[in-house]
Design a protein around this ligand. Structure first.
Ligand SMILES: [Zn+2]
Length: 387
């Protein structure tokens, strides 16, 4: 599925960040030339030398990383739909871009997408594609909490956690002479592996801790109270109080209390003392309503036809709902006889179903394009009293 999708956020005038701002555009020769220069922390632990000469770990240039992320993002948007609300997209993008400017990879074409689902979740795809659900935004109380979540996700991208996970698992390998951009079948395998890793498997504990730690520093550096992440995770902990399973966002994360303690200690030890919370501005821009996990409509895993790679929309129609996984009493009546409805159930408590991840998505995967210039980010920071 190589259809070309417009970039959601057209970042203009980011010259202040120097040449890197331009080098990040997919397909530019500079980005290609720079690719492959992985930081020491990335190459550490790889065992290329030990492998047979003709097979190597998944390797990619910066441009290939962005193409991979673009295709993974398209898959995530197709699965969950996109909230067709320019105001919400602009606001989340302004917070995200203000933070990304201070990250270690300010030149990526950072793109922030609001997914049309009640499940509470966030997904970071390689190359700078950050997705947050409207269910997550509904639960967040102020801009500092949003900054806490976005900071965490931004670090997953800047530290290349997903790419490293795929390299480590050897889920996708390539021949010595192969490149991602030169082999569309290989690219599709990488897209599928990356999507599964982000949506289904999640990150390891070490990566989650690193994202917490560096994300909190990033939020603080941008002027936001670093306790925003702590406050949001506490809300999440309360939300899942009744559940014995770890669900949705941060399902793979360390036990919550241990995690909260670690972040709180870090804030004190490193004297992270930025103070902006900006609750009124958040409330002015975001007005989604939270849905209790037990009331979230879910879709059977795989029913959306998206786990197997490049299913086209018309192929989905042919899929029959799988029987037996849910009790019939939990099936939504199929009044209109539409197959899609039969796949939807309001069974947040059903076995093996994670309402935050398996939540039903909206119908429209189209990106919402908002143009944000460097001057807009500067004005947004000034208005919020951010340094
Ligand atoms: Zn994470």
């Amino acid at each position: 599925m190589m259809r070309s999708l417009p970039v959601v956020i057209a970042i203009t005038g980011l010259c202040a960040f120097g040449a890197e701002a331009h080098a990040a555009k997919p397909g530019t020769s500079r980005a290609v030339a720079e690719g492959g220069q992985l930081p020491g922390s990335v190459t550490k632990g790889l065992s290329i030398a030990k492998k047979a000469n003709d097979v190597r770990e998944l390797q990619m240039t910066d441009a290939e990383e962005q193409e991979l992320g673009r295709q993974v993002s398209a898959k995530i948007r197709t699965r969950y739909g996109v909230v067709q609300d320019a105001g919400a997209h602009k606001y989340v993008s302004l917070v995200g871009l203000a933070m990304a400017q201070s990250s270690t990879r300010p030149g990526l074409p950072w793109t922030f997408i609001v997914l049309d689902t009640d499940g509470v979740n966030a997904f970071a795809a390689p190359g700078g594609y950050i997705h947050v659900t409207k269910g997550l935004l509904a639960l967040i109380k102020n801009e500092a909490e949003l900054a806490g979540v976005l900071g965490h996700e931004i670090v997953h991208v800047t530290e290349k956690h997903t790419i490293r996970a795929i390299q480590k698992s050897q889920a996708v390998q390539m021949g010595a002479a192969e490149t991602l951009s030169g082999n569309s079948a290989l690219m599709q395998r990488a897209v599928t592996a990356t999507y599964d890793n982000i949506v289904d498997r999640g990150f390891g504990r070490a990566d989650e801790n690193e994202s917490d730690e560096k994300g909190v520093v990033l939020a603080n550096k941008t002027g936001y109270a670093p306790s925003g992440l702590v406050a949001f995770l506490t809300t999440l902990k309360d939300r899942n109080k009744g559940s014995t399973e770890k669900r949705g966002l941060f399902a793979s994360h360390p036990e919550m209390q241990e995690r909260l303690d670690r972040i709180t200690k870090q804030i004190t030890a490193q004297k992270l003392n930025a103070t902006a919370t900006l609750q009124p501005r958040y409330a002015k821009n975001i007005s989604f309503t939270p849905v209790d996990p037990t009331k979230i409509a879910t879709v059977e895993a795989g029913a959306a036809g998206l786990t197997g790679g490049d299913a086209k929309p018309e192929e989905k129609k042919a899929e029959e709902p799988k029987k037996g996984r849910f009790g019939l009493s939990k099936m939504v009546p199929t009044g209109g006889g539409e197959k899609k409805q039969a796949q939807v159930t309001a069974s947040g408590g059903a076995r093996g179903v994670d309402p935050e991840k398996d939540s039903k998505g909206g119908p429209n995967p189209a990106p919402v394009v908002v143009k944000i210039a460097a001057a807009d980010i500067a004005a947004f920071k000034k208005e919020g009293g951010l340094p």
